[in-house]
Structures are given as C-alpha cells and as structure tokens.
Design a protein around this ligand. Structure first.
Ligand code: GDP
Ligand code: CA
Length: 324
C-alpha cells in the first residue's frame, strides 16, 4: 500500500509511529509519504528552523526527546543560555545545542541554493525515518496570528512561534493567516504522491496551523478532493478539547467551535471521505454522517505505540472497508 499522511509536529509524528507499526504488521512493504507542515518555520539568529519537519524526522529516526515531544534527546541548552545572557532577542525559543547542528546544516545548504525539499532529504539520509518526508512547499509560507489587545482593541500580527512559544497563546487571537500561501506551489513529489496513494490520512494534528496551512497551498486541497484514494482524518480533539497544546485558541480565531463534529464540517465532505472521533465524542457521529462523511468513534488517545497503531488500523479500515 502507498499511504500519504498530512502531518504537523508532535501529533503528526506520534501518529506516524503508530501507522508504521501497524503497516509493518499488517501490510509489510507499504510506503508512507508524509506531507509536512512548513508554515511554523522561522529564522532565528540567521538559522532556518523547521520545527514540524524536525519533529517528524527525529521521532521516526529515534532521536527525539520522547518526554518533551520535540527536539533532541539528551539535549542541553548552553548556547541558548549564553544568548540570553547577551540579552539577545529570540532566546525564548528552545534551540538546543544538539539541535543546532541540524539548523546549521540546513541553513548552509539553503544558502548554497538547495531547495528545502532537497535539504530535508539530505537530513533524512542520516535519520532514516522510514517514510518519505516532503515539505508541503519549497516556497516560504508563514503562519501569522492576529492578536487583539483587550484594553485598547489594537491589533497586531505575530509570527506563529512568537504567539505560541513566546506568549503561550495567551493574547486574544482573532485571525490566523498563512502568509505567502497563495503564491506557493506544492513541494516536489507532493501531488504525484497523492495521485498514486491508496489512502490519504490527515493525522490528528492542529487543524488550523498544521493541516490547515498544508491545505492552504494552492493545488493540495484540489488534489485531495480529486484523488481516487479515500481521504480519512483523525480528530485531534478528545472530549471536545485538544489533548495537549492550545489548538482551541486558534480554532476560535478562525470561527470554528472546539468539537470533533465542527472540525469535520470545517474540513468538509468534499475533502473528507471518513472521520474518526474519540469514543468520548460518540455523540458527534450521527451529525458527521448526516453531512455525508463516514464516521466512527474509537479510542483516539496515543498513550502508547500499540494504541496508536490501532488508531491507524481504524483509519485505514474506514478508508477502505474491503481491504483492511
Ligand atoms: P505540533 O505541530 O507539534 O503542534 O503538532 P501537531 O499539529 O501535529 O499536533 C498537535 C495536535 O495533536 C493537538 O491539537 C493535540 O490535540 C493533538 N494530539 C496530541 N496528542 C494526541 C492524542 O493522543 N490523540 C489525539 N487524538 N490527538 C492528540
Ligand atoms: Ca507545528
């Protein structure tokens, strides 16, 4: 089987671990292509940082700090502490010492003229993630969050990392923009992979700033809607709330209620053939099915690789009842 997965960072990477485990057992020889979110990418101290691509690469390559869910295992932050001691701006971002090597190699290759897709392939040659990891685009797309000052009503656009990491999603978000998306092209291989897929899965990643930004690249949503393969998504909400993180804040900013049913409607029946919600949200199933999307309630907590593998199996069963 050839499976394409749209993925952000932690939620995407953990799901992919489970998917690979399931495929190893049930469909050996399968291929997985990951379309990774690059709209969180940021330049810090001149270094190009791609948090979501790296989270997928480190997680599947065995280099992740499993407890944090991002960055390298056995990490230290001495360079960052030195930067903070200089009073350098941007020292709020968790740039680890081991992690820095990745950003140095990436930045050097980009400066030499390689596109991000080629750089990512080169980095993956070390990590051997067991998937083909494709940036959603080689063009720059950047999520900006429009925040509003409660007192003055004044609005300001912040880079996603500044909003999320520096300000912990505390300022009131009133809009989310994928800056540059309209002029971006899908990364090399993305549309071909979708066309050749047996199933396309939307990982339980942030629907606005991970999956949403991938779908904002012109051509990707159309390819999914027109694909011969079924498209099945897994809700990142359990009991109507994000499992970790602050996805509800950015959902509210784009006017989507924090429920698995509302997410299915947000993606829409033209995109989704199937949608998995957590068993706690079983009450959402009839409404989703009434909208023309096959829907099942199953356990959706990625507590361990076995549980996550069962989620992947459930998603593939919903994609192709005959095959799974
Ligand atoms: P990020 O880029 O690192 O923020 O990661 P993603 O966008 O890939 O995933 C973030 C989403 O993963 C959040 O909205 C969480 O609700 C979701 N998530 C995290 N753990 C779980 C889990 O165990 N089950 C489900 N269904 N969603 C999860
Ligand atoms: Ca992310």
């Amino acid at each position: 089987m050839h499976i394409v997965v749209l993925a952000g960072g932690i939620g995407g990477a953990r799901f992919l671990q489970g998917l690979l485990r399931h495929l190893d057992a049930a469909h050996p020889g399968s291929e997985v292509t990951v379309v990774g979110n690059t709209a969180d990418d940021v330049t810090l101290f001149g270094l190009r940082v791609c948090p979501d691509l790296d989270t997928v690469m480190y997680t599947l390559g065995g280099g992740i700090d499993a407890e944090r869910g991002w960055g390298r295992e056995d990490e230290t932050f001495r360079a960052r502490d030195e930067l903070a001691a200089y009073g350098a701006p941007q020292a709020w971002f968790g740039l680890g010492d081991r992690d820095l090597a990745t950003h140095l190699v990436r930045t050097q290759m980009l400066a030499a003229g390689y596109p991000l897709s080629a750089v990512t392939e080169a980095l993956c040659a070390r990590w051997q993630p067991g998937v083909r990891l494709l940036p959603m685009s080689d063009d720059r797309v950047e999520t900006h969050v429009v925040v509003e000052d409660a007192q003055t009503g004044q609005r300001q656009a912040l880079h996603f990392q500044e909003y999320w990491v520096r300000h912990h999603a505390e300022p009131r978000a009133v809009d989310v923009l994928a800056v540059g998306a309209e002029d971006a092209e899908p990364g090399p291989g993305v549309l071909d992979a979708v066309a050749a897929a047996d199933a396309v899965l939307l990982a339980p990643s942030n629907p606005v700033v991970s999956v949403g930004t991938i779908l904002a690249v012109p051509g990707i949503r159309d390819a999914l809607e027109g694909a011969a393969a079924p498209v099945v998504g897994l809700s990142p909400l359990v009991g109507g709330a994000p499992v970790r993180g602050m996805a509800d804040k950015v959902l509210a900013a784009v006017g989507v209620e924090s429920s698995s049913a509302a997410l299915a409607a947000h993606y829409g029946p033209d995109l989704l053939d199937g949608w998995l919600v957590d068993e706690r949200d079983a009450a959402d199933v009839p409404g989703v099915e009434a909208a023309g999307i096959r829907c099942r309630a199953v356990p959706l907590l990625m507590t361990d690789p076995g549980a996550t593998a069962r989620m992947a199996a459930d998603a593939l069963a919903l994609a192709e009842p005959a095959r799974a």
